[in-house]
Design a protein around this ligand. Structure first.
Ligand SMILES: *[C@@H]1O[C@H](CO)[C@@H](O)[C@H](O)[C@H]1NC(C)=O
Ligand SMILES: *[C@@H]1O[C@H](CO)[C@@H](O)[C@H](O)[C@H]1NC(C)=O
Length: 154
């Protein structure tokens, strides 16, 4: 290696900022704490407008999809009741009762991405009403939803 390259390497090393481990972890919390309150949209275009007060979450879910036409009601919206943990990246559980009697629940966690964006990574279950026990086997659907926090305010 030429002496110029050694010199450049040396300069790079001594001018690189050294951040103490504890400082960077306190910065992570400050810059990126999830705020569940707001409007979230998933990969299908469904939206959640929610407000968290302490560990309680309330809001409105507007679905872009339904198991059968009309299952989610005329305007495809329903109330959300949920809970959220504390900390910078809290876990959540959100439940919805649809107009025709089916219900859904999303369980997951909020994460802060490198660019500061907030995402909710969830699994959901949708329970449709079975006419009787014999119809039980095919009445539960399971899937994954990824919600992004939008910049729209409540
Ligand atoms: C980081 O750690 C050093 C040494 O343990 C301590 O003196 C300093 O107060 C800490 N800083 C923060 C922001 O916690
Ligand atoms: C969370 O977001 C809402 C709506 O944008 C805002 O009113 C509230 O102050 C925020 N809470 C925190 C702790 O930043």
């Amino acid at each position: 290696m030429s002496s110029l390259m050694w010199y450049l390497l040396f300069v790079t090393l001594i001018t690189s900022p050294t951040v103490p481990a504890n400082e960077s972890s306190t910065q992570d919390v400050k810059v990126g704490a999830c705020n569940i309150t707001g409007v979230w949209r998933n990969e299908l275009g469904s939206t959640m407008r929610v407000k968290a007060e302490g560990s309680e979450v309330r809001g409105v879910y507007q679905t872009a999809v339904e198991s059968m036409s009309g299952a989610a009601g005329l305007d495809r919206t329903a109330q959300i009741l949920g809970i959220v943990g504390d900390g910078a990246q809290p876990t959540v559980s959100l439940s919805v009762l649809w107009e025709k009697g089916s219900c859904s629940a999303w369980v997951g966690q909020c994460f802060i991405l490198g660019d500061g964006a907030q995402v909710l990574k969830t699994f959901w279950m949708l329970r449709s009403v079975a006419d009787n026990l014999a119809g039980d086997w095919g009445s539960t659907r399971l899937g994954e939803d990824l919600f992004f926090k939008t910049s729209i305010s409540n």
